[in-house]
Ligand binder design. Structure first.
Ligand code: F6P
Length: 372
């Protein structure tokens, strides 16, 4: 019997999504004669049964396209806004899975998507997930597709910022995405020769950052590049976050709400973090400072060759898993192999940069400061 495969892309978009859809779709249909249905805009499209036939024609010519032809959203099955209110729409999703006679639902996404997919697995659906995110923070996989492209974009930005920083004798801070992980800032900082790299895994002291930059200045280097991960924390931020977290644990038993607001406002403040660091560095070093926030540039445009290859490898290997009825897994990239790992080993965890990672030690050995 023809197997019915459902596919959706969820969470923030990322270069390589179309390449993976093409990989799954072509291998599933051309090799194994399966039928592939895409759902639009992540879990919302599955809840509303908005489908698109991923036939030969719709998969053609999309390998190099950025974004996702299916559309995406951050909506969660158990908390979807319907009629202006958050509602648990899990049952509607399960019903549409059955209505489409699906044998499997392939969910392509980052940490949040893995969690949502796991919840659907617990409701009895056959699930396979694939790791996608420019943040590279999905556990159990060497890498997630989208990361290499974003790394290239951030590195090129740093390359370009060096010359203008040098001409004006300025400090230029460049903020990368990455959520609570420092992979992008660290990788781009190392590849682009940033003088300071600030990542969430290594809380910084602003005085130490200023000292490193002032030292460069005394040595005749009057410009500096600081790569800042969006989740970077100063030692003071960390103390505040820990305090708020403690409060949360205590108050969870009682009210809960106000501590949630503390955490939210801290996260919002972090959005302005890089601007604050620039101001502080200007006053501590006397050097003019400027900020470049790379933002969504890192998620847009055509995927790199590495991401196309990874997405095609994982996508085609996903078709093999479906043929073998291997479900409840995320397909991870491990060296040259694509290996299924149990979804329960993936959910609720994030892959941060280990402090003994070679990227950190190599950066230190070429004189990069982490502000610690
Ligand atoms: O998870 C990918 C990511 O791009 C993060 O790096 C960033 O913090 C977040 O998504 C931005 O999300 P949104 O698209 O919802 O603004």
């Amino acid at each position: 019997m023809t197997k019915q495969v459902g596919v959706l892309t969820a969470g923030g978009d990322s270069p390589g999504l179309n390449a993976v859809l093409r990989g799954i779709g072509k291998a599933a249909q051309e090799q194994f004669r399966m039928h592939v249905t895409g759902f639009r805009d992540g879990f919302r499209g599955l809840m509303e049964n908005r489908t698109v036939d991923l036939d030969e024609q719709s998969l053609s010519g999309i390998l190099t396209l950025g974004g996702t032809i299916l559309g995406t959203s951050r909506e969660k099955p158990h908390r979807m806004i319907v009629g202006g209110r958050p509602m648990d729409m899990t049952d509607a999703i399960v019903e549409n899975y059955r209505r489409n006679h699906l044998d499997v639902l392939v969910c392509i996404g980052g940490g949040g998507t893995q969690k949502n997919a796991y919840r659907l697995m617990q409701k009895g659906l056959n699930i396979i997930t694939l790791p996608k995110t420019i943040d590279n923070d999905v556990v159990m996989t060497d890498v997630s597709f989208g990361f290499d492209t974003a790394l290239g974009i951030a590195t090129e930005a740093i390359d370009r910022l060096h010359s203008t920083a040098h001409s004006h004798h300025r400090i230029i801070l460049v903020q990368t995405m990455g959520h609570r992980a420092g992979w992008l800032a660290l990788g781009a900082g190392l590849a682009g020769g940033a003088d300071v790299i600030l990542i969430p895994e290594i809380p910084y002291s602003i005085e130490k950052v200023a000292r490193a930059i002032a030292g460069r200045s005394r040595g005749g280097k009057h410009s500096s590049i600081v790569a800042v991960a969006e989740g970077a924390l100063s030692l003071e931020d960390l103390a505040q976050a820990e305090k708020a977290q403690k409060g949360k644990t205590k108050r969870q038993k009682t009210a809960g709400g106000s501590t949630r607001r503390d955490l939210d406002s801290l996260e919002m403040a972090q959005g302005h973090n890089t601007l604050n660091i620039a101001k502080q560095l200007e006053s501590l070093t006397g050097l003019e400072s400027r900020v470049t926030i790379l933002g969504y540039l890192q998620r847009g445009g055509t995927p790199s060759a590495d991401d196309r290859i990874l997405a095609t490898r994982l996508g085609t290997a996903c078709a093999d898993l479906i043929r073998e009825d291997v479900y409840g897994v995320m397909l991870a990239a491990r060296g040259d192999k694509a290996e299924p790992v149990k979804l329960e080993e993936v959910v609720g965890k994030i892959k941060t940069v280990p402090l003994d990672h070679s990227w950190i030690s190599s950066a230190r050995r070429v004189g990069t400061s982490f502000g610690d």
